[in-house]
Design a protein around this ligand. Structure first.
Ligand code: SF4
Length: 422
């Protein structure tokens, strides 16, 4: 029985104030209609959410080596596979808090290495936090108090699309005068400047590789040093430096998953700039990320182990190493001999590998041809209740069950595998 407050309207059931699990923003104002298991977003929510909610439920059976199997047989096969493995890798980790807890408990039991699908992107922020600290803020602060927002190489047109409506140009804010005078800048390729109606971002066009140079130039101007820019580019950056000087509360927004190999350097440079501004004014940063349960996975791992993900239970003590315990690197080096892959929000396929696998989540094309076990699982917030942590790390939002399609949660399946480990 769906647990979200529902209002009966024939033939659909409308669910209000639904939290969307399809990106780290977790917009919690969607209206979703359910008609015999089919979902559609009727109000609020971006194109990405509308497509994800509208995906048809595929009646998938558990598979063992590509052949249909009972759930019990498939769970037993997954447990046997893990018992035989000398060094398992748990990847994907696309699940909610309960799923992350269950996966970490199972990883501890079988000495696995754990990483997230977006592990590399998440690691940019974590490394800067560890090495120099981060002064960050929340979505509510941006919405209510910022009078200047700078999108640093951040493309919010597809992912994080509703950041514009909910935070950049909301219909109201606690500090109305700051909302009225708020300026929004975008540093990065002109085609990636926000296209949402009403945002009117002032674009400082540059390639992704040049974003770091522009941030360094801003800092140089702030410190009254000569920046290494000339001409129109220098004029544009000077204009932004003037806006920063005039602002009362500037917020710098980045998306770690879009910054590429320069991620640590860009985030570090922005944090240096924020620290400079905070000597006399107020400024903060905000990372938009944590899709596919990434923020929840990091937080859950931190609660339970003291470390973020990319850690290993293989030795006598826990080891955290974002370079060594990276999924692609481990598979390329042949350092693991089985893969357990969880992806319940999106049909992200497991990396191509000859290793025996257990895949938990949405059906993908590879499920019927893979060597190993496939266990269909529901999506948190659609097929079962759950909780996720928002990109700013300050709120854990409850996710409702919107339909009853008899798909188990990843947490249930992982607990069942653990029980069969003996
Ligand atoms: S911006 Fe993200 S959380 Fe909001 S509706 Fe779109 S996909 Fe869902």
């Amino acid at each position: 029985m769906p647990e979200q407050l529902a209002e009966n309207s024939d033939p659909s059931t409308l669910h209000h104030a639904v939290a969307c699990p399809f990106c780290g923003l977790l917009c919690d104002d969607l209206v979703v209609a359910e008609t015999r298991g089919a979902l559609s977003v009727t109000d609020n929510g971006c194109a990405k959410a509308r497509i994800a909610y509208a995906r048809p439920v595929v009646a998938a059976s558990p598979l063992v080596n590509g052949k249909p199997a009972s759930l019990d047989d498939a769970l037993n096969a997954a447990a046997r596979q893990l018992k035989r493995s000398r060094q398992p890798l748990f990847g994907g980790f696309g699940t909610d808090i309960d799923g992350a807890r269950a996966a970490l408990a199972l990883a501890e039991r079988c000495g696995a290495i754990v990483d997230h699908l977006h592990g590399r992107a998440l690691a940019h922020n974590v490394r800067v936090l560890q090495t120099r600290g981060l002064a960050t803020t929340t979505l509510a602060e941006v919405r209510n108090r910022a009078d200047l927002v700078v999108l640093v190489g951040a493309d919010i047109n597809d992912d994080f699309h509703e950041f514009a409506r909910r935070c950049l140009r909301p219909s109201s804010a606690l500090a109305e005068e700051r909302l009225a005078t708020r300026r929004v800048f975008h540093l990065g390729p002109a085609r990636e400047a926000p296209r949402q109606p009403g945002v009117d971002a002032e674009s400082i066009a540059c390639s992704r590789e040049e974003v770091l140079d522009l941030v360094n130039a801003l800092r140089a101007l702030r410190l009254q040093r000569q920046p290494r820019l000339r001409g129109k580019r220098l004029q544009a950056v000077s204009n932004l430096a003037g806006a920063i000087a005039a602002s009362e509360y500037a917020v710098f927004v980045w998306t770690p998953g879009q910054l590429g190999e320069d991620g640590d350097l860009v985030i570090g440079a922005v944090c240096d700039l924020i620290a400079d501004i905070n000597r006399s004014k107020r400024a903060a940063g905000l990372a938009l990320g944590g899709n596919d349960g990434g923020q929840s996975a990091i937080a859950t791992a931190a609660w339970l182990t003291g470390y973020p993900l990319q850690l290993s239970y293989a030795g006598r003590t826990l080891e955290y190493d974002p370079l060594r315990y990276d999924t692609a690197r481990l598979l390329a080096a042949g350092a693991v001999d089985s893969l357990l892959w969880v992806s319940t929000f999106n049909p992200h396929p497991a990396p191509v590998t000859d290793l025996p696998q257990t895949v938990i989540g949405m059906p993908t094309a590879q499920a019927s041809s893979m060597r190993g076990v496939y266990l269909p699982a529901g999506t948190p917030g659609l097929d079962h209740r759950g909780q996720l942590i928002r990109t700013d790390g300050v709120v854990a939002l409850p996710l409702p069950q919107l339909r009853d399609v008899a798909l188990p949660s990843a947490a249930f399946l992982l607990h069942e595998i653990a029980k069969r480990m003996g």
